[in-house]
Design a protein around this ligand. Structure first.
Ligand SMILES: NC(=O)c1ccc[n+]([C@@H]2O[C@H](COP(=O)([O-])OP(=O)(O)OC[C@H]3O[C@@H](n4cnc5c(N)ncnc54)[C@H](OP(=O)(O)O)[C@@H]3O)[C@@H](O)[C@H]2O)c1
Length: 355
C-alpha cells in the first residue's frame, strides 16, 4: 500500500479513499478498545472501513465512531479477509487463538495483549524509541505493543542507558482497576459503594481477590514458583527486550491500588557511572512525549494534564550512591502502553507505506 500523508499535520480522514486501510478492532467494547476508537477518531487515523468485533455478548450492539453507527460483529463469525489492519485488544487467550487466523487471511495485526510480546520474530514496538522496526512489514504479520507498565519505564530509561549505562532497574507499580478492564472498574466501583453503605459488608470479589475497595493488593495475577507473578516476570522481560539488553538486571513488584484509572510507578535506576542530577533532568526534559515535574509536587494519575504523555516527578539522585536515582512515573494505562501506542504503530506503518 502506498504511504499516506504523515508528519506534524494530522492526516485527513480518508474514509472513502481507496488507499486507506480497512481496519478491525477486536475487543472494541472493552476498556482499551473504547479508548482505541476515541483515538482513531481524535487522531483522524485514516480508514476505508471500520469493523468493530467482540464476543457474542456484545454482538449486534451499536457504537458511534466518526459520526457513524457501527454494529459490533461476533468474532467467531467474523471474516478477516475484509481487513488490512487488525487491532487486537480482547485478552491474550483470544489473541493466541485468533491472531494466527487474522494473519493467515492477510491482515497485519497490532496486538496489545501479552500473547506475542516475547514471541521470536515479533517486533515489540514503542514508536518513540524504535519506529525503524516498522520499516518493513514483519514476516510473522504481528506487531506487539509492550504493556502499560513497561512503556513508561523504557521511554524514560533508554537515553539514560546511552548516557550513563544501566546496571539495574527496580520497578514498583501502583496499578488501578482499569488495568483489569471494564469488569475491574465495575467491581471497584460497586465494592466501594458497598463498603461506604455498610463498613462491615464484604464486597464482591470476582476480578480482585481479596476485594480491592479500600485495600491495596500486593500481587496482580498468577503467582509463579519463585513467588513472583507472571506480570512481574513479563514486565522485566519486556523492558529488557525493548531496550535490547537481554542481560539487564530488572526486578519488579506490581501492586493493585483502589483507583479507577491511571497508574504510578516508583523506579530505581542504577547506572554504570555517577549521574549528575541537573544533567538527568535536562535529559528527561528533552525526551519526546515526556513531561518533567521538577517541583516539590509530583504528578498523580488523577490529574494528568495530558494523558498521552509520560509524567515524571520526584527525581532523586541517591545521596549514598550517586550512580543511582529514583523516578516517579504517572501515566494513563489505557493510552500509554495501551491504545495510544497501538494507534501510533499504525500511523507509522501507513507513513512508511509498509502495510
Ligand atoms: N486495561 C489496560 O490498561 C490495558 C493496557 C494495555 C493492554 N491491555 C490488554 O488489552 C486487552 C484488553 O483489555 P481491556 O482492559 O480492554 O479488557 P476489557 O475491558 O475486559 O475488554 C475485553 C474486550 O475483549 C472482548 N472479548 C473478551 N472475550 C472475547 C472473546 N472470547 N471473543 C471476542 N471478544 C472477546 C470483550 O468483548 P465483550 O464486550 O463481548 O465481552 C471486550 O471487548 C487485555 O489483553 C489487556 O491485558 C489492557
Amino acid at each position: 500500500m502506498a504511504p499516506l500523508p504523515s508528519g506534524s499535520e494530522k492526516p485527513m480522514l480518508l474514509a472513502d479513499a481507496p488507499a486507506a486501510p480497512r481496519i478491525a478492532v477486536v475487543g472494541a467494547t472493552g476498556a482499551v478498545g473504547g479508548t482505541l476508537l476515541e483515538l482513531i477518531e481524535d487522531r483522524r487515523l485514516p480508514y476505508r472501513r471500520l469493523h468493530l468485533v467482540a464476543s457474542a455478548r456484545s454482538a449486534g450492539r451499536t457504537i458511534r465512531v466518526d459520526g457513524h453507527d457501527h454494529q459490533v460483529a461476533e468474532l467467531d463469525r467474523f471474516d478477516f479477509r475484509s481487513v488490512d489492519v487488525a487491532f487486537f485488544c480482547a485478552g491474550a487467550e483470544v489473541s493466541r487463538e485468533w491472531v494466527p487466523v487474522a494473519v493467515a487471511r492477510g491482515a497485519l495485526v497490532v496486538d496489545s495483549t501479552s500473547a506475542f510480546r516475547t514471541a521470536p520474530g515479533t517486533p515489540l514496538v514503542v514508536t518513540e524509541l524504535a519506529a525503524e522496526l516498522l520499516d518493513a512489514r514483519p514476516a510473522g504479520g504481528v506487531i506487539a505493543v509492550p504493556g502499560a507498565a513497561a512503556v513508561p519505564v523504557v521511554r524514560v530509561v533508554r537515553d539514560v542507558e546511552r548516557r550513563w549505562g544501566l546496571r539495574r532497574i527496580v520497578v514498583s507499580t501502583y496499578q488501578g482497576a482499569s488495568d483489569a478492564g471494564h469488569a475491574g472498574i465495575e467491581e471497584l466501583q460497586d465494592g466501594s459503594r458497598t463498603v461506604l453503605q455498610d463498613p462491615q459488608a464484604t464486597p464482591v470479589s470476582a476480578v480482585f481477590s481479596p476485594p480491592l475497595a479500600f485495600n491495596v493488593l500486593p500481587r496482580i495475577g498468577e503467582t509463579l514458583e519463585d513467588g513472583s507473578t507472571r506480570q512481574e516476570r513479563e514486565l522485566a522481560e519486556e523492558i529488557r527486550t525493548v531496550l535490547g539488553l537481554p542481560g539487564l538486571d530488572v526486578t519488579a513488584t506490581c501492586v493493585r491500588v483502589p483507583v479507577v484509572g491511571g497508574q504510578g510507578a516508583a523506579v530505581w535506576v542504577e547506572c554504570r557511572e555517577a549521574v549528575d542530577r541537573g544533567e538527568l533532568v535536562a535529559l528527561l526534559r528533552a525526551l519526546p512525549g515526556v513531561t518533567v515535574h521538577d517541583s516539590p509536587g509530583a504528578p498523580t494519575p488523577a490529574d494528568l494534564d495530558d494523558p498521552d504523555r509520560v509524567h515524571v516527578g520526584r527525581i532523586r539522585v541517591a545521596a549514598t550512591a550517586s550512580d543511582g536515582f529514583w523516578l516517579w512515573l504517572a501515566t494513563d494505562n489505557l493510552r500509554v502502553g495501551g491504545a495510544l501506542d497501538a494507534v501510533r504503530i499504525v500511523e507509522e506503518v501507513l507513513a512508511r507505506g509498509t502495510l
